[in-house]
Design a binder for this molecule. Structure first.
Ligand SMILES: Cc1cc2nc3c(=O)[nH]c(=O)nc-3n(C[C@H](O)[C@H](O)[C@H](O)COP(=O)(O)OP(=O)(O)OC[C@H]3O[C@@H](n4cnc5c(N)ncnc54)[C@H](O)[C@@H]3O)c2cc1C
Length: 573
């Protein structure tokens, strides 16, 4: 059933969900599975928000895949980890609630087809802290055939164009790595052939490939489950206000195609608008200076749901250090003059043979730390010397082997990137230094010093490549340190890196059932807030791959259960 027509608007439902990312759709599905009538409204034309363009990884310590063997007993380790990571920046009650509920949420959604595979080798980001996971906590959504969605496939938000092959073919990171060996391995060749044939066939009927992985597979699975249960997901709906009777929030006034409608929500309204990464106004108020001008998050995440909650009496949680979740990104002007925000997640920074320098030509951070910590390093350094934007520097040989930002490995000609201003190059270090306007002697000295670290495998300045996370993102074929390689032979290349919020961590204060809290600290009856609209339960920290979606889905699940009268209680023992 396609779920977009104005004639589908019910005037009364049990649960109204505002926002169609993973948080909102999980809440909607849980509400429906609990027997509630549910309506999802989304203000964009497409469904899925930032979740649909994400990698789709969901961080769930002590999940059911981890019950036996090396990962057994993870709950205790996860508590130790979050205790050390969050400290007094977040409420212990809230992250304990996350640890209690997240594994149950994953089990509860599985029969509805929201299926995952464990990331057994994906280690947590803060390996310097006790209890950091050595694998198993991140879960990856299983591949989904987008054709099963019927006409709703075209309403599913696409991933970032630059993260797909040929502008429309999705691949996972292991698949991308395998495809690079297509001229050396028969199985890699067949994988490439299969994916391309399927893509070409898809393109006869669809705007992009229908073999969905990553965040698109996650959102598609949730959407398909909602379709099956005949839960409408209406797009292009603007919510003007939430209205109350007495203390209880009871309805919303919405506009569809220029006409106003009142929708009453007997059991509650769940706000799941994805925070404010796309709001220049709220970025200015809450994010550190210099304020990020771009975001890879969905343009729909404009803070409007946070404002709706505030207008209904809900309050913001406390400042979380910098109130953002961060990617360092490079910016590319596309042929149509739009700007591509390309997140440097793991593919280049940690590989051997590149460094990041500030505008004085000095390294300022361990390049291989998580994207979140990298940007925090940029802000810390910028307080002393200009590091925003910073420069990611590598040799032409590195770019050919590993790629750099949007430039894929083995790209033969770089002219288009140079002409667009994305890539800066120089035949010598001096020429590159002049091109990017950093002092030549400083850059020469930085590279010479780094090359000595590469030879010994020990970075005595920043300790790059010393832990499992950093080594895992390096090159296993390279030694002695998989993340440290020399920058020894030009030509030289550089791209500018900017801080960009992939999400935001300051949001509406909620209780353990995701009920919004008012100024008196008491829950506002009938109002729930989940995902990035809610205050981060990790106090703005990023524990590991999937930390954001893990929270969004868990509290979406908790909110809907509470609204349905089945509030979650931890089973003791
Ligand atoms: C490239 C990339 C990769 C990422 N990979 C991961 C990952 O693997 N794991 C992870 O945990 N995190 C990842 N993230 C971050 C993660 O995607 C987000 O934090 C998460 O999707 C937020 O989920 P959400 O449900 O809160 O909001 P969203 O998924 O952003 O959904 C919010 C929806 O609400 C809509 N909306 C907003 N306001 C209104 C309104 N007033 N009325 C109606 N609709 C409204 C928006 O248009 C949007 O569709 C990634 C981010 C990016 C950019």
């Amino acid at each position: 059933m396609s779920t977009s027509s104005v004639s589908d608007i019910p005037h009364e439902v049990d649960l109204l969900v505002v926002g169609s990312g993973a948080g909102g759709l999980t809440a909607a599905l849980t509400g429906s599975l609990s027997g509630l009538s549910v309506l999802v409204v989304e203000h964009l034309a497409e469904i899925g928000g930032t979740s649909a363009r994400s990698s789709g990884t969901v961080w769930v310590p002590d999940n059911h895949f981890m019950q036996d063997g090396a990962f057994a007993g993870d709950r205790q380790r996860a508590e130790t980890y979050l205790e050390a990571l969050v400290g007094d920046r977040g409420s212990r009650e809230m992250w304990q609630r996350f640890l209690d509920a997240a594994p149950e949420m994953i089990k509860a959604l599985a029969p509805a087809g929201v299926a995952f595979a464990p990331g057994l080798t994906a280690v947590d980001y803060r390996q310097d802290l006790p209890g950091a996971g050595m694998g198993g906590r991140p879960l990856y959504p299983q591949e989904f055939d987008g054709r099963r969605l019927g006409s709703d496939f075209e309403r599913l938000a696409a991933p970032l164009r630059e993260l797909m092959l040929f502008g429309g073919l999705m691949v996972t990171r292991p698949e991308a790595e395998k495809l690079l060996k297509a001229d050396q391995s028969l199985s890699a060749f067949w994988l490439g052939a299969r994916l391309i044939v399927r893509f070409l066939v898809d393109r006869f009927h669809h705007s992009r490939g229908t073999r969905l992985v990553l965040g698109n597979a996650l959102v598609a699975r949730l959407l398909f489950a909602l379709q099956t249960r005949q839960v409408p997901v209406l797009t292009r709906v603007q919510v003007d206000r939430l209205t109350s009777e007495g203390e209880r929030l009871t309805s919303a006034e919405v506009q569809i195609e220029g006409r106003s409608h009142a929708i009453s929500a007997r059991k509650g309204v769940i706000l799941a608008g994805g925070g404010f990464p796309a709001s220049p106004e709220l970025r200015e108020v809450h994010l550190p200076k210099p304020v990020a001008a771009h975001t890879p998050a969905s343009e729909g995440c404009d803070g409007s749901t946070i404002k709706l909650a505030q207008a209904a009496g809900a309050m913001l949680g406390p400042d979380t250090l910098d109130n953002g979740q961060w990617f360092p990104s490079s910016l590319l002007m596309r042929d149509d003059c739009s700007i591509a925000v390309f997140p440097h997640i793991v593919l280049d920074r940690a590989k051997p043979g590149c460094i990041a320098v500030d505008q004085t030509g000095n390294r300022f951070v361990n390049e291989a730390v998580s994207y979140h910590e990298f940007v925090r390093g940029m802000y810390r350094a910028h307080a002393k010397a200009p590091a925003i934007p910073a420069w990611l520097i590598a040799t032409r040989g590195f770019v050919a082997r590993y790629g750099l930002g949007v430039i894929r490995p083995r790209t033969p000609l770089l002219g288009k990137y140079i002409r667009s201003g994305y890539l800066k190059t120089g035949k010598s270090v001096a020429a590159l230094a002049a091109e990017i306007k950093v002092p030549e002697e400083a850059l020469e000295a930085t590279i010479a010093r780094f090359n000595r670290f590469a030879a010994t495998g020990k970075d005595t300045d920043f300790r790059r490549g010393e832990n499992a996370y950093e080594r895992g993102n390096g090159d296993p074929q390279h030694g002695p340190n998989p993340s440290l390689g020399p920058l020894d032979k030009g030509p030289w290349c550089a791209v500018a890196l900017h801080p960009t919020p992939l999400g935001t961590s300051r949001g509406i204060a909620i209780d353990p059932d995701a009920r919004a809290l008012g100024a008196d600290g008491q829950p506002i009856p009938g109002l729930y807030v989940v995902g990035n609209d809610a205050q981060s339960v990790f106090g703005g920290e990023y524990p590991g791959a999937g930390g954001q979606l893990g929270q969004a889905m868990t509290f979406g699940w908790l909110a809907a259960r509470h609204a349905a009268g089945h509030a979650f209680k931890r089973q003791e023992g």
